[in-house]
Ligand binder design. Sequence first.
Ligand code: 4NP
Length: 148
Amino acid sequence: MKILMVCLGNICRSPLAHGILKQKVKDKQLNWIVESAGTGDWHIGEAPDRRAIAIAKKYGVDISGQRARHFQPAFFEEYDLIFVMDRQNFADVCAQADNKESLEKVQLFLADDIVPDPYFDDNLFDPVFQMIDKRCTEVIDKISKKKE
Ligand code: 4NP
């Protein structure tokens, strides 16, 4: 299983989802690969936002080694599932798909809700961490059950 987490900048939400799921996958000794990317290209090569690094650290997850990447259409082939954080990410990623199989890999990470962008609101980092953490546990349960 290869999972890609996608947001706009790849410095706040998707690095948290990437780091949290990667840690849970490791704890469960699952053989999954988890990575992330952004639909925007402004932050390519940068470490996550210092506020994202700090909130992850507070809850025992180290995301400081991640570096931002830009979403590429080739990722449709590379990953089994592409989780996007909001509806704009969904539209931006889907616009780059050229077949049904690729489109079917793209899902809102929270299924029927969005992960709000905390970039302009420091107070959102904690609730965003919590909602991503809860959903990562659900995703592991759901996918590992399906594979049994
Ligand atoms: P992210 O947050 O999509 O969760 O990484 C953002 C990061 C940077 C910008 C916007 C959102 N930006 O405008 O640079």
